[in-house]
Design a protein around this ligand. Structure first.
Ligand SMILES: [Fe+2]
Length: 126
């Protein structure tokens, strides 16, 4: 089970694009892992990287006084909560890998394709 990064997911900001690609790489490490220790390790690695990526995006939004900052940040918080819940499922032996893959593939992509793309368009305008 894996998800495929595509250059069409690029939003036009080199730093953010590189971080999104890294998110996919870590998501795939998790999806391809077997056995609880590896699953837990890769889930934590993905979780930590997602948090730091979101924090960097939020810092950038503050710096440029981005008007949609609050909405964008709320989406990040919802994604982090979901990722946290899915990660906890592993330690409770209730991991649903298909649900995890769907979350990554759908919610993360949806966020990149809509919310992050709007941010990049704003950056490129100013
Ligand atoms: Fe974002």
């Amino acid at each position: 089970m894996s998800i495929q990064w595509s250059d069409s997911y690029k939003i036009g900001n080199a730093e953010i694009d590189a971080q999104h690609e890294e998110l996919f790489r870590r998501a795939n490490q998790f999806l391809e892992a077997t056995g609880k220790p590896a699953l837990v390790a890769f889930a934590i690695s993905l979780y930590k990287y997602t948090r730091s990526h979101f924090a960097q995006e939020e810092q950038l939004m503050i710096e440029i006084q981005y008007p949609d900052y609050q909405i964008h940040k709320q989406q990040h918080e919802a994604l982090i909560l979901k990722l946290d819940a899915l990660t906890r499922n592993i330690t409770d032996d209730a991991l649903n890998k298909a649900e995890f893959a769907e979350f990554i593939g759908y919610w993360l992509l949806k966020h990149i394709a809509s919310t992050d793309t709007k941010l990049a368009a704003h950056i490129n305008q100013s």
